[in-house]
Write a protein that binds this ligand. Structure first.
Ligand SMILES: [Fe+2]
Ligand SMILES: [Fe+2]
Length: 150
């Protein structure tokens, strides 16, 4: 997958993000929707939205970590470490945003928009292929039409 998300305007769920393993695709759609909501929200909504996003991120990373551990996915350690590092940043920034330091929240949102496409391309896609191979005996075939799905 070659998703080149270089602008915030481009951070909208579309089939360029689909990896072909439904549980991961569903949580990624939620990720993109929540980040976009935060990105377009006024500052005073950030504490609530970032708190919702932190819950999402924990569930998102727990899901992927569990898939990797349960199936003994070989390169799981660096992927699990990256989730832990991102989760730590989210919790730190949530504490700052709760004190009214919204600029930290804005920087985090920009960083998430920059981080997600390459994390999904390099780490989540390998996991999605691994899961599909286990259940179907092959890599997923994803047909992308460059359509925005919503
Ligand atoms: Fe993911
Ligand atoms: Fe991941």
């Amino acid at each position: 997958m070659t998703s080149e998300t270089t602008t915030e305007e481009a951070f909208i769920w579309s089939d360029k993000f689909i990896l072909g393993y439904r549980p991961i695709d569903e949580t990624h759609e939620e990720f993109v929707d929540l980040v976009r909501q935060m990105d377009t929200a006024p500052d005073q909504d950030l504490p609530h939205l970032l708190s919702l996003f932190a819950q999402h991120a924990q569930a998102h990373f727990d899901l992927e970590n569990k898939l990797m551990v349960d199936t003994e996915f070989p390169p799981r350690d660096c992927h699990i470490d990256e989730h832990a590092a991102v989760m730590k940043s989210i919790q730190e920034v949530l504490a700052l945003v709760n004190e009214g330091q919204y600029a930290y929240g804005r920087s985090l949102i920009d960083e998430l928009i920059r981080w997600f496409p390459s994390h999904a391309d390099h780490l989540d896609s390998a996991l999605a292929h691994w899961m599909c191979k286990r259940s179907l005996g092959g890599k997923p075939v994803v047909l992308r039409r460059n359509l925005q799905l919503r």
